[in-house]
Design a protein around this ligand. Structure first.
Ligand SMILES: [Zn+2]
Length: 368
């Protein structure tokens, strides 16, 4: 539960830290940004214009930006409020709080987000999956499939639902360390984000989806927490086609297991879509979907189907060539080493370059 005063303390601490600390540099610098992996996505299956936003751009925080966010959070200002007013208000709140005046208590606070443990519930009363219409039941059903059918370790993270874009935006900064400008643009359309042992949910966007679509989305995001758990919570910022493709495959498998969808129908839909978009020749290479930044760039350049759905097909090819268990082992190898190429070779017994040639043949057979 987020409370105003502890939040003020954390933000004040961040402000203090930002005076001397520059966070890790952006992508492509060769340094791993932060210690956690996180990705958010906005996926509207029927809206090809939707965008992916992924975090860890790792821009440095600026004191003024954090203060502006503090103003929005602490003073509960509307999003179109005058910035300079918010800056003054937030500074006043923080200064007053730090000096013991307790002024923050007199200001209205954000409503606390809803928090649901990501775990199997104790309840024996499980609804028909086709009638699920609440997050707790959806999470329970998904986690049961992940643990009982796929034997995957689901960490006890928290599913946190933010009712407004402003709260979601503040949470992206607090829990995922997004730069304020990126948090603001992300919150304008992103549905969810994974990081800081949480799945952050932008309810404004997610409530536009049907419940089967929400279950597919939640299963995708929970799969990212599983990947992190397997990897010992090491950053997973390379070979994104594998990370995203596996999350897509699991999400479709979960909805199929719950009787909400059919994996073969989804596969046929994706193949038809990719054929219509130009087939193999119009798809990005694995190298173009390697880092988070590259995956975002490919998503923008080629679209959702050519990145996420394409990655789903590649991972299916990978699992047919090797096995589901080999993919799980790939993520487990990160507990020991952060060397992506070495971990790929250890898990699959071949270099990623060799697999790419096989993947091209596999996709050609599918998309011809
Ligand atoms: Zn994802």
């Amino acid at each position: 539960m987020l409370l105003c005063l502890p939040t003020a303390l954390r933000i004040a601490a961040k402000m203090e830290a930002s005076r001397t600390t520059r966070f890790a540099p952006p992508f492509g610098s060769g340094r791993e940004p932060f210690g956690s992996f996180a990705i958010t996505k906005a996926r509207r299956r029927h809206s090809p214009g939707s965008q992916l936003i992924s975090q860890n751009a790792a821009y440095p925080f600026h004191r003024e930006d954090v203060t502006r966010q503090a103003g929005r959070r602490l003073a509960c200002q509307p999003s179109d409020a005058d910035t300079s007013h918010m800056l003054r208000a937030s500074r006043a709140v923080i200064i007053a709080f730090l000096s013991g005046v307790g002024m923050a208590q007199s200001l209205p606070c954000d409503a606390a987000p809803r928090e649901i443990p990501i775990a199997i519930t104790e309840s024996s009363d499980r609804p028909d999956p086709r009638k699920i219409a609440d997050y707790a039941s959806a999470i329970d059903a998904i986690v049961r499939v992940l643990m009982q059918k796929f034997d995957l370790p689901v960490p006890r993270h928290t599913f946190t639902i933010y009712r407004t874009r402003e709260e979601f935006e503040a949470a992206l900064i607090e829990h995922m360390r997004l730069a304020p400008a990126l948090a603001q643009s992300t919150a304008s359309f992103a549905q969810a984000a994974v990081g800081g042992q949480r799945i952050l949910v932008n309810e404004v966007e997610v409530e536009k989806l049907s419940w089967p679509e929400r279950i597919e989305l939640i299963a995708h995001e929970i799969t990212h927490t599983v990947q992190l758990e397997l990897a010992g919570h090491r950053s997973l910022v390379r070979q994104q086609w594998l990370t995203e493709g596996f999350a897509e495959w699991i999400a479709y498998s979960v909805t199929e297991s719950l009787g909400l969808d059919d994996l073969s129908r989804q596969r046929a839909r994706i193949i038809a879509l990719l054929r219509a978009e130009g087939g193999v020749g119009s798809l990005p290479s694995l190298a173009e979907m390697n880092t988070l930044a590259q995956f975002i760039g490919a998503r923008r350049k080629y679209g959702f189907a050519a990145t996420f759905s394409h990655s789903f097909l590649i991972v299916e090819c990978l699992m047919k060539r090797h096995s589901f268990g080999a993919v799980v082992e790939y993520f487990r190898h990160f507990k020991v080493s952060g060397n992506y190429a070495a971990n790929f070779h250890l898990a699959f017994g071949e270099k990623v370059e060799d697999f790419e040639a096989e993947s091209a043949r596999c996709l050609t057979r599918l998309l011809i």
